[in-house]
Design a protein around this ligand. Structure first.
Ligand SMILES: C[S@@+](CC[C@H](N)C(=O)[O-])C[C@H]1O[C@@H](n2cnc3c(N)ncnc32)[C@H](O)[C@@H]1O
Length: 258
């Protein structure tokens, strides 16, 4: 059991939070987490991030700047309850199409229900599948987004190679993920909040602290900004950059298939 960050050489495949698990065991454990939290996922996001996730997601969509045209097709992987896809469609003036892909049917069910309520169902397709084996032909999508999802995928290198494959030439990858905080004071406050408050809030709201212990530990294990940028380059992407949000609590990584 170790809390050290993994790096560009790998390590996330066999780390379930701070626990080491065997090759092939992580995904099932992650799936249990999201089956348990699906119904309370959206409210917990607001509570855990004090609403900041909304600002970061809006900034991601501003960076994506989807075309206002019905031919534009976004793939939002680990799309869960649909936040990114909904925002992208709204930003396209309800013209673009989005495919929301997630390995977890419970998360997708909440997303589909929300889409219906928001009147966005016609712009959306929901697909239950694994980010490591996308059920799409090469060169299909204009953009690939993944928000707070990639650290849950065991073989990140495989998922990034799949992202590259399904993007059209000129297509863009955007990854929003919790990252390495670069301000020492903020880091200490954030650490205290993450490890003390979040599992307790989870216990009160959902009756179970364990899924939230996993979520905060997995954040600490994920490669830092430079290492993750290197993984994106290794998958074939060009012009790889990142932007820190809120002192690096989250970071947006960008890459292009050219
Ligand atoms: C923290 S949620 C993020 C949901 C959404 N993108 C958001 O920002 O609110 C992580 C999602 O990753 C999904 N996930 C985990 N492993 C996956 C995999 N191998 N392939 C696709 N989705 C996966 C989970 O089912 C879960 O819905």
């Amino acid at each position: 059991m170790t809390s050290a960050r993994t790096n560009a050489e790998g390590g996330m495949e066999t780390s379930y939070g701070f626990q080491s698990v065997g090759e092939g065991e992580k995904q099932e454990k992650v799936n249990e987490v999201f089956h348990k939290v699906a119904k309370r996922y959206d409210i917990m996001n607001d509570l855990m991030s004090a609403g900041l996730h909304r600002i970061w997601k809006s900034a991601m969509i501003a960076a994506l700047n989807p075309r206002q045209d019905a031919g534009y097709h976004l793939l939002d992987v680990a799309g869960g309850t649909g936040d990114i896809a909904f925002r992208a469609i709204e930003a396209s003036n309800r013209l673009a199409r989005a495919t929301v892909l997630d390995i977890n049917g419970s998360m997708l069910a909440v997303g589909a229900e929300r889409a219906e309520k928001n009147g966005l169902r016609g712009n959306l397709t929901f697909v239950e599948a694994n980010a490591e084996a996308l059920p799409f032909e090469a060169n299909t999508f204009d953009a690939y987004t993944i928000a707070f999802g990639i650290r849950n995928v065991p073989r990140i290198d495989v998922a990034l190679t799949e992202a590259y494959r399904v993007l059209k030439r000129g297509g863009r990858l955007l990854v929003l993920e919790f990252s390495d905080v670069d301000l020492p004071l903020l880091d200490r406050a954030y650490e205290a909040w993450s490890f003390n408050a979040i599992p307790r809030i989870g216990k009160v709201v959902t009756g179970d602290a364990e899924p939230y212990q996993y979520l905060v530990e997995s954040i600490r294990k994920f490669p830092n900004q430079q290492n993750f940028a290197e993984m994106i380059r290794r998958a074939g992407f060009s012009r790889v950059t990142f932007t820190n949000y809120t002192g690096g609590i989250a970071a947006l990584h960008s890459g292009w298939k050219i």
